[in-house]
Design a protein around this ligand. Sequence first.
Ligand code: DLZ
Length: 169
Amino acid sequence: MEFKDKGSYEVSDKAKDMKVLIVHARWNEKVVNALVNRAAERLVELGVAKTNIDIVSVAGSYELPFGVYAHNKNDGVTPFKETNTSRYDATIAIGTLIKGDTMHFEFIADAVAKELMSLQFKISRPIIFGLLTCFTEEQALERAGLIEGHRNLGEDWAEAAIEMAAKLK
Ligand code: DLZ
């Protein structure tokens, strides 16, 4: 029996009015590009207009939380307030960390996960966790659908973005 699956997904008809932001790191470009492309493609399949999807990059995964914060701000200057919520209905933060010989991986993975989680409640919008934390390059290629027989997780992140954004619509 297969226990590790994502369950069934119900498509929301609210997607056609949504604006979605994808913020991605530039490290591990091949994997990240495949994840970003599939996430954007799936958003369109779900009904989001291509013109309502913005894609921006940051240097590495450590920069993802600030990139999400900066690009969600309405006027680019004032801090978020209750009346100053994001211009995006959802954000997908995408990066790939591959473990090296030091503790770098652990520090970044932990810091980014915690910050993206709490940032959602500051900007009052869902942020989807598209950070792969892999022990090997092969694991990363698998999760980006770049090894035969494996699914690209970008599509799950797009579905999660629409599902969570629909809760506020
Ligand atoms: C420095 C670094 C290393 C070693 N590995 C990765 C990685 O596998 N994936 C990734 O997205 N970023 C990596 N970075 C860059 C850091 O995330 C960050 O950009 C720098 O430490 C500068 O803050």
